[in-house]
Design a protein. Structure first.
Ligand code: FMN
Length: 174
């Protein structure tokens, strides 16, 4: 928290892997760590959350129309969690066709601090493009939560979020 009591914003960009159904736990933990979390979902993740009755994300899940005023607070930190195989690969390639990817791409280009928590099974994690793209993101300064290896049996909810929280810098510090 700043000297004025204003919490720095963490932009949490969630993609469509099962831990997204527990995203509220991550948001609560990020808040408890002194940050103000703002959730953005990929279109697929937004659909899952909507079906599950999860946090309301529809207002930020799509690209704005030209002239539509999309008011987003500037983040001090961006957290991509959970990050799918699809999102990691498209982000590393600079694909920019959703709001979530656009914000990830801008964060990378602006060299904002970024933490990413991939949630990818072992078969997909063995894909050579994925390994190359993870290395590319790391080289560009993205901190990969956990060790970036696949989650045995799927790591859902709090266990996965513990790795993310462990990567957060001190709010107000860099
Ligand atoms: C039940 C279910 C579970 C899935 N689990 C994962 C997962 O853990 N990791 C992953 O990378 N993709 C997973 N997928 C596939 C992604 O949801 C899919 O690739 C989707 O297009 C990702 O879109 P997004 O990255 O834009 O959110 C799963 C799909 C389904 C239906």
């Amino acid at each position: 928290m700043s000297a004025h009591g204003i919490r720095p914003v963490v932009r949490v960009i969630a993609s469509a892997a099962p831990p997204v159904l527990h995203i509220q736990t991550l948001l609560d933990q990020v808040q408890a760590a002194g940050w103000s979390p703002h959730l953005i979902a990929t279109p697929t993740a937004a659909t899952w959350l909507h079906a599950d009755g999860g946090p309301v994300v529809s207002w930020v899940s799509r690209m704005p129309m030209p002239g539509e005023d999309l008011v987003l607070s500037d983040p001090a930190l961006v957290v991509a969690a959970p990050a799918t195989f699809n999102t990691i690969n498209r982000w590393a390639a600079g694909v920019n066709d959703t709001l979530a990817l656009g914000l990830l791409n801008e964060a990378l280009g602006a060299r904002l601090p970024i933490v990413a928590a991939p949630h990818v099974n072992s078969a997909l994690a063995g894909h050579p493009a994925y390994q190359r793209n993870l290395a590319l993101l790391r080289q560009a300064g993205v901190r990969i939560a956990g060790d970036g290896t696949p989650c045995p049996g799927g790591c859902h909810g709090a266990a996965h979020w513990t790795d993310v929280i462990a990567c957060l810098p001190e709010p107000g510090g860099r």
